[in-house]
Every structure is written in structure tokens, then in C-alpha cells.
Ligand binder design. Structure first.
Ligand code: ADP
Length: 450
């Protein structure tokens, strides 16, 4: 169907100009109105068109299923249902579909003057906001027995619609865009909710299991103490109280970890950078854990701290970096704690610190980073778990790891902290010998002069 542009006579020209301005305003409005009011907007648009064409009834119908439509012909009876009604005025949906298939188009024969006259007008796909995959139809009607001059109105409509169609197309396009954004938002919200459901399930599964064992100890020892207080020797009572205290500590750690990961994941944590001597921090962490494990398993673990220059030569100092010392110490504590937990037979636990140049895929200039590597001689990590161990609650499930208590949150916390420092963390299995190696790299940005 060729679009006809007939000359406009005054005052029709000013009416059409006003109509176009109105439609442009509606098109802009679609960008920010609430989703629920988009159909009101579509109805307003239709009413504007009806008023300009002096028509009483009308519908805007859309189809995105072009496979069943022949682009040059009118919709057939078979494919009328592929349309959906975007706006209706004094026409039922069914009636509008029926009209679509039976009535002549704007260029068709003139309707008889003594009945309700209808015309259908196809907005060219390009006019509907350049939506190639969309067909939009306007169905307009006049009621002659109420005194309408159908023929005159149809002539007017034939003159005006080709001029208006771009503007109508723009409104429809904006409405469709707003609908699509709304759908995307809904999907995002649904996915976030699904994510929360998964988190809830993981939480309940892991946490209830982890909470149960220290709670059971506390309950058991406390009940025995209460029941047999008089019969228990002083030494036995002391042992029971010690066990209760240890189980309470474990509960405290679990609760603190849960709180911490939730704070890190909801962006409630910010880092407070200051110049940090990472080697000193690592030394402190080693001393703390060494004291603790030597008390329970003397001689089982050997700790070592090494520093290297960028060329691999040994050094005794490393440059200061800007970091949050408290948070970084937490990362060291977690990695060293794991090195012990997952090396039940003991062995060497080593920290190596060295500057490296890191080439990032999205940057041309290499970045100077401080690399910290924590290695152990323990059970190692199956290759397929190397990435996933940084996901919250992810634990490697083997006979060996099952014997080790854990929530699967330590590494997730480490990763969030390293991310906050704009650094990277990853795990590898040692290339020589047994055990795993955890690497983190932190930017060596300039230290501000105070
Ligand atoms: P948790 O130790 O509480 O389970 P983490 O997040 O610290 O939680 O560690 C996640 C998992 O990664 C552990 O369950 C374990 O399977 C594996 N893992 C972590 N550190 C080591 C290590 N040094 N050696 C072997 N496996 C490790």
C-alpha cells in the first residue's frame, strides 16, 4: 500500500501540527510514566487520532509475529489473532480483530453512507519506531446514522493519517520500549529473588548443620554438669567447662562470619586505606597462628616468610602499599587457617611476597602489583573446584574435607576484601609436590605524602 500525502488545507494544517506536537509529547511521556499507566497513554494517543479524523470508534492493533503475515497484504482471517490490542475506544477487541480481516483498507472502495463506516490503516513497519519486526494497524469507525458525514471524514482521514503515522509510530515505539524495560526489570528482580532463595537454602543447609554440632556439645556438657555436678571431680568439671567455652567460641566465629559476608555482599563495608607494610602484616599473622598450633601440635608445621624483588632476587623489605591493614590481616588469617586445616599431616606453610608487573586484558599499560603467595603441603584442591571455592558456602566434598569443620565462607570473605582493594585472588595446585597455592595481587599505587 503506497502512502499518500495529499496537500493540507488551512485550518486543517494547524490542527494537524497541533496533533503532531501532542503526539510528540505523548511519545516523550512514555519514557517516564509508570508501567501501569502505559495503556492509558495508548488510549490517549488513539483518542487524539480519532479526534483529528473525526472518527467515533477505533483500535490500535499490534503484531510482532511477522511470519504469519504477508507484508504487502492486509491481515487475513487466519492471522487476525496474531495481533494484540494496544488501545481500544468504543470497540471490543473481538470486533476490532474481525474488522481487520473483513474491511477495506484506506485505499479500498468507499464505504456505503448509510451504515457504520470503517477503515483500517497500516502503519508501515519503519514508521513504528523503526521496529522492523512489528506491524501496527489502526481501525477507525464513523457512525452515519448519528449524522456523521462518513465520506467527508474518510477523505479527511485519508489526508491526515499518512502525516500522522510517523508520530503515532513514535508513541507506539516508546510504549513498547517502556514495556520491554519493565519486563527486563521484572526479570532482574525475579532473578535477584531466585538468587536470594538459593542463598536462603544454602544458608539453612550449611548453617544449620554447622550450628548444630557446637550447640549439641554445649547442651550435652551443660546437662551433664547440671545432673552430676556433685559427683564430678573438679578436674572433670574444668574439662567440661573448657569444652563448652570452645563450642561457644566456634558458634561466635560462625555468627561473625555470617554477619561479615552479609555486610560485604550488601556493600556495607568500605576499606580504610593507609600505607601498609604487607611483609610485617604477614609476619604478625604467622606469629599468631604459629603460637596457637605449636600449643596443640608442636613441630607439625613449619612456617616461612620470604620476600623477593621484581627480578626474583631475595630481599628483606617490600614496598609499602595503600591498603586496609585490618581487612588484609583477616585475609592472611583465613589463608593461614586453611593451610593448617587442609594439611592435617603438617608440613611447610610458606608466604612469598614480591612485586610483579601485571598485564590486564582491558589495559595496555602493565600495572605494578604486589603478589602474595601462601602455599601449603596439604591435600590440594581438585582442579574443577579451583574457581568455585571462592563462592560462598562452596566446600570441596571429599572424605578428607568432610572431617574438617567449615562454613565455606572464609575464601568468599577473602575475595570480597581483595576485590574492595581492586586486587585479584586465585588458587592453584602446587606444580611440584603436594598442596595448594593461594595467590593475591594488590595494586602498588603511589603512597600519598603527608
Ligand atoms: P571453609 O574452610 O570454612 O570450608 P573456605 O571458604 O575457607 O571455607 O574454603 C572453601 C573450601 O576450599 C574448603 O571447604 C576447602 O574444600 C577448600 N580449601 C580452602 N583452602 C584450602 C587449602 N589450603 N587446601 C585445600 N583445600 C582448601
Amino acid at each position: 500500500m503506497a502512502t499518500q500525502h495529499l496537500p493540507l488545507e488551512e485550518p486543517l494544517a494547524s490542527e494537524v501540527t497541533a496533533g503532531l506536537i501532542d503526539l510528540a509529547a505523548l511519545s516523550r511521556e512514555a519514557g517516564y510514566v509508570a508501567f501501569e499507566t502505559l495503556d492509558t497513554l495508548a488510549t490517549t494517543m488513539l483518542k487524539r487520532v480519532l479526534a483529528l479524523c473525526l472518527a467515533r470508534r477505533g483500535a490500535v492493533l499490534l503484531s510482532e509475529d511477522l511470519d504469519s503475515l504477508d507484508s504487502d497484504s492486509m491481515p487475513s482471517r487466519a492471522n487476525a489473532k496474531t495481533f494484540r490490542a494496544l488501545a481500544l475506544h468504543n470497540v471490543h477487541e473481538e470486533e476490532a480483530y474481525a474488522l481487520l480481516t473483513t474491511l477495506p483498507s484506506l485505499d479500498g472502495q468507499a464505504p456505503s453512507p448509510d451504515m457504520t463506516c470503517w477503515v483500517t490503516y497500516r502503519l508501515m513497519p519503519g514508521e513504528v519506531a523503526r521496529e522492523e519486526s512489528l506491524q501496527a494497524m489502526l481501525v477507525l469507525g464513523w457512525v452515519s446514522d448519528q449524522g456523521d458525514d462518513c465520506s467527508a471524514s474518510i477523505v479527511r482521514c485519508r489526508t491526515i493519517l499518512p502525516l500522522l503515522s510517523d508520530a503515532v509510530g513514535a508513541v507506539i515505539g516508546s510504549i513498547l520500549l517502556a514495556e520491554r524495560v519493565h519486563k527486563l526489570e521484572e526479570t532482574a528482580v525475579r532473578e535477584a529473588l531466585e538468587g536470594m532463595e538459593v542463598l536462603k537454602a544454602e544458608l539453612l543447609g550449611t548453617v544449620s548443620h554447622e550450628l548444630r554440632s557446637p550447640l549439641a556439645s554445649i547442651k550435652g556438657y551443660a546437662a551433664t554438669l547440671l545432673r552430676h555436678e556433685r559427683r564430678l571431680a573438679r578436674e572433670e568439671r574444668h574439662q567440661f567447662l573448657l569444652a563448652i567455652s570452645e563450642a561457644s567460641d566456634r558458634l561466635e566465629v560462625i555468627i561473625e562470619r555470617l554477619l561479615e559476608i552479609s555486610q560485604l555482599e550488601t556493600s556495607q563495608v568500605t576499606i580504610e586505606p593507609s600505607p601498609v607494610d604487607v611483609a610485617y602484616l604477614a609476619g604478625e599473622a604467622i606469629t599468631a597462628i604459629e603460637e596457637r598450633v605449636t600449643a596443640t601440635s608442636p613441630g607439625r608445621y613449619i612456617f616461612s616468610l620470604m620476600m623477593e624483588n621484581i627480578d626474583g632476587s631475595v630481599t628483606h623489605t617490600v614496598p609499602l602499599i595503600m591498603a586496609d591493614a585490618r581487612r588484609l590481616r583477616e585475609v592472611f588469617d583465613n589463608l593461614l587457617e586453611n593451610a593448617i586445616k587442609y594439611s592435617p599431616e603438617g608440613g611447610l606453610i610458606k608466604i612469598i611476597i614480591r612485586p610483579v608487573m601485571q598485564v590486564q586484558s582491558n589495559e595496555h599499560i602493565p600495572r605494578k602489583m604486589l603478589e602474595i603467595c601462601v602455599t601449603d603441603s596439604g591435600m590440594g584442591i581438585p582442579d574443577e573446584h579451583l574457581k568455585r571455592i571462592f563462592d560462598r558456602f562452596h566446600r570441596v566434598d571429599t572424605r578428607l574435607t568432610r572431617e574438617v569443620n567449615g562454613l565455606g565462607l572464609g575464601l568468599a570473605i577473602c575475595k570480597r576484601i581483595v576485590d574492595l582493594h581492586d586486587g585479584v585472588i586465585w588458587a592453584e595446585n602446587k606444580s611440584h609436590g603436594r598442596g595448594s597455592a593461594f595467590y593475591m595481587r594488590l595494586p602498588m599505587s603511589a603512597i600519598p605524602i603527608i
